[in-house]
Write a protein that binds this ligand. Sequence first.
Ligand code: PGA
Length: 251
Amino acid sequence: MRKPLVAGNWKMNKLVGESLALVNALKPLVKDVEGVDIVVCPVFTALHAVADALKGSNIQLGAQNCFTRESGAYTGEVSPQMLKDAGCTWTIIGHSERRQYFNESDEFLNEKLRFALASGLKVMFCIGETLEERESGRMNDVLVRQITNGLMGLSEADFDNTSIAYEPVWAIGTGVTATPEQAEEAHAFVRGLVRDQFGEAVADKVRIQYGGSVKPDNVASLMAKPNVDGSLVGGASLKADGFAELVRKSL
Ligand code: PGA
């Protein structure tokens, strides 16, 4: 069985003090939860302080992005080694906001993914179609392209440290969630692509999280689907009680 993975993507929200308040409120609310991998992904500037606050807890720390080199003249970038140094075990790569606002291509994201994995980070690798792509019947083509190019070159062992997050862009931050049936259909399709590219063993073990307006009141019906293995949560991860409830309902 695949262990559920529930991650909070805080995006560009919360100062250091606010980040600490959030994790300090969250810790006691989930401390008895076993059987779910819980991750929070604050902004870069809060990572170090949050890592200290999470020591000894069952909450893991992730970043929201990273670069493809260890160090050097790359102004404004942060390497996987630096993220590990700050206390991260995870990073998100390929979020649709990175693809959309920062023009990150499948090829660049594949480079990031492989470098992050080689550096010893675990990765949540995001994919998903826009509304226009879905409505014009191109959803499957987009997912094929994102999976084929995005995951190129990964080994079977890499999938112990890689989760795929299916996030339909039209459902992110809009309050419109994919129905559990829409999510299941896309997840099954993605798992099939992984099977074609990497074989049965990888397809069976890889976790596929759903993301896009996941809330405490819709998470259980999404998690009930056989191919939904967790969630990547934006807005609803910014409040401790709601996120804790969402984690509990993911069991
Ligand atoms: P949302 O964001 O939960 O606010 O829709 C999800 C995401 O972008 O990861």
